[in-house]
Design a protein around this ligand. Structure first.
Ligand code: HEM
Length: 154
């Protein structure tokens, strides 16, 4: 049996998701905001902007999976540009990618195979490495994880 590439596995996951779900956007952001409620205040535009951002994330992951060599510079630049929206730590990027794969897992059910899960995880890790480089380039604002602005027990 011929082994499927990460790109093929990821594309097949998205095709299946489109069959069972009209729009991933509210599900992904809903899951992300459940885990990071304080991140809501960063977003001032509506659902369409969030949809465009999610589409861009999916496009980048698919392009990384295809090995496009311009991607590292593109992602680093994007992470750098995003600092204009507020303090966006690499923990938020990870949170968003976790929300995306969590929603895909829920939507696909038994079609979320271990091969598909691995393909998304591998490409998400590559994206995270590039994001960390981009965040570091714009003043070392990289954080290992999201830290609350106020300590729980000051
Ligand atoms: C690789 C990951 C990401 C990609 C590719 C990406 C892409 C984009 C794009 C293309 C836009 C502009 C959308 C438009 O105006 O049409 C945007 C806006 C924005 N992004 Fe991201 N983004 C990423 C990660 C994040 C993360 C982790 C956060 C914070 C949790 C974030 C917060 C924002 C905010 C606040 C805006 C402005 C929209 C608003 O105010 O509602 N992004 N992003």
């Amino acid at each position: 049996m011929q082994t499927q590439t990460d790109y093929e596995l990821m594309e097949a996951s998205l095709e299946r998701a489109a069959e069972v779900c009209d729009d991933l956007t509210p599900l992904v952001y809903g899951r992300f905001f459940d885990a990071h409620p304080e991140a809501r205040t960063l977003f001032h535009m509506g659902e369409r902007t969030r949809g465009r951002m999610l589409n861009e994330i999916l496009a980048i992951l698919l392009e990384l999976a295809q090995g496009h060599d311009y991607m590292p510079a593109t992602v680093r630049e994007l992470a750098k540009d995003h600092t204009s929206y507020g303090e966006i730590s690499d923990g938020y990027y990870r949170g968003l990618l976790n929300a995306l794969t969590g929603v895909l897992a829920d939507q696909l059910g038994s079609d979320w195979t271990s091969a598909r899960e691995r393909a998304w995880r591998v490409q998400a890790e590559r994206l995270m490495e590039l994001v960390a480089q981009g965040v570091a380039l714009c003043g070392g604002q990289t954080r290992a994880s999201v830290t609350p602005s106020q300590p729980a027990n000051p």
